[in-house]
Write a protein that binds this ligand. Structure first.
Ligand SMILES: Cc1cc2nc3c(=O)[nH]c(=O)nc-3n(C[C@H](O)[C@H](O)[C@H](O)COP(=O)(O)OP(=O)(O)OC[C@H]3O[C@@H](n4cnc5c(N)ncnc54)[C@H](O)[C@@H]3O)c2cc1C
Length: 384
């Protein structure tokens, strides 16, 4: 189908765009807000393919986390120490920036602690963490200013009701947010700042031409902008197959309310591949893609029985053993991963830029990624 824009549509909504941002997730929206601050006169439009954002930002678990010990120790096998501490530093600073932008109460931020669970078979890993806890606390203190962030929390394990868990390590500075309220606040801020967000705008192709970028949408519709920032994270390789960004699907469930739920906080299990938290007195549980890496390397928002069954088994046998529950809702979301835990923020040309590949920590690093991405557009001689 070919649908031409009317004169009115072009004149009112589409012409003379200084910046078009593709993707209305945490990065796209925060980049738009940052650009608005830097260039109050810009015409800025965010294009989003879904009615709501359809990637990770409204489909995640809402952990405001910045580093668990097993994850960081695991990362040390593939990253240098310097890279690891830089990452933690970015996540911490990003979280503080997000808090300043949104306000803690607006996104229901609750610093109730992040916990790692260790099973019998994780004893070796627990011992390694226990040996290194003082060193980690020293490093984290340098970054956050907070003493003794990591603590062995075994004495509180009986209260949780978990079965088959031997040890708990707590990160006292981690918390949780209401993901929906966070993104809603960003939409509200974008609206207040005169940023246009257009939904149902699936970008199929970008082409740079003298002085502008042509943006091709469905129905042969076309827009143009002086600069484009691609903030499509796990979907980035659809527009640019040469980019080293791989999609990783995560499936999630939430139970109905469980009166007397004994635990509160965010929890990492099985090296962080599985995560759960309380949402009031419901349990949100997700992940487990390590059961089937190949199938889950997709950007299709589906659910699969093997992963769903595994999550249900974990709930039944480990998290709330013996407690009857009903699942209220299932969904999936897509992360963007790379060969290393490093974001991909770069200019592909003079007018097309990307800020993607946030891994599983977008709540924390999204604000800094957005700022770095936006700064690419603001460099001199960019035509804006
Ligand atoms: C299930 C799950 C749980 C997670 N849990 C946590 C957590 O607890 N804490 C944490 O910090 N991080 C978590 N993450 C990661 C975090 O959510 C992401 O890192 C972050 O949301 C990425 O934001 P983004 O804006 O880069 O990408 P996204 O939120 O994916 O936004 C990209 C947007 O681009 C749109 N788009 C894609 N292609 C096109 C196109 N061609 N045209 C127009 N629009 C397009 C998509 O619809 C989408 O809305 C989780 C991720 C998942 C999937």
């Amino acid at each position: 189908m070919n649908i031409d824009w009317s004169f009115w549509e072009w004149d009112t909504f589409l012409k003379d765009q200084d910046v078009v941002i593709i993707g209305s997730g945490l990065v796209g929206l925060q980049a738009a807000l940052y650009l608005r601050q830097a260039r109050p006169g810009f015409r800025i439009t965010v294009l989003e393919r879904g009615i709501l954002p359809l990637g990770a930002s409204t489909r995640n678990a809402g952990f405001a986390c910045f580093g668990s010990m097993t994850e960081l120790l695991d990362d040390l096998k593939t990253h240098t120490e310097e890279e690891i501490w830089e990452l933690v530093d970015k996540r911490w600073k990003g979280l503080q920036k997000l808090r300043a932008l949104i306000g803690d109460s607006v996104m229901d931020l609750d610093i109730s602690g992040g916990y790692e669970l260790f099973r019998d078979q994780d004893e070796e890993s627990f011992r390694e963490c226990a040996d290194k806890i003082d060193g980690f606390n020293g490093r984290f203190r340098q970054i956050t200013g907070l003493p003794g962030i990591f603590q062995i929390w075994d004495h509180r394990l009986p209260e949780t009701g978990f079965r088959g868990i031997r040890h708990l390590i707590r990160n006292s500075a981690e918390g949780q947010v209401h993901t929906g309220k966070l993104v809603l606040a960003l939409f509200q801020k974008a609206k207040d700042a005169g940023i246009q967000v257009l939904n149902g705008a699936n970008v199929l192709k970008l082409e740079e031409e003298a002085g502008k970028v042509n943006i091709f949408l469905e129905n042969n519709q076309r827009m143009e902008a002086r600069q484009v920032l691609v903030a499509t994270n796990g979907f980035a390789a659809r527009l640019f197959p040469q980019l080293a960004v791989v999609p990783a699907r995560n499936q999630v469930l939430i139970t109905r309310e469980l009166p007397g739920l004994p635990f509160h906080g965010t929890f990492h299990y099985d090296k962080g591949y599985v995560y759960f938290r309380n949402v009031g007195n419901r349990v949100l549980l997700g992940g487990g893609r390590n059961m089937d890496f190949e199938t889950e390397q997709t950007d299709v928002l589906d659910l699969t029985e093997p992963i769903q069954n595994n999550l249900l088994r974990l709930l039944r046998e480990i998290i709330i053993p013996g407690q009857p529950f009903e699942v209220e809702r299932w969904w999936s979301g897509i992360m963007g991963l790379g060969p290393k835990k490093k974001t991909l923020i770069q200019s592909l040309s003079g007018r097309i830029h990307v800020a993607v590949r946030l891994g599983g920590m977008g709540v924390a690093i999204g604000s800094l990624v957005a700022e770095e991405g936006a700064n690419l557009l603001l460099k001199e001689n960019r035509g804006v």
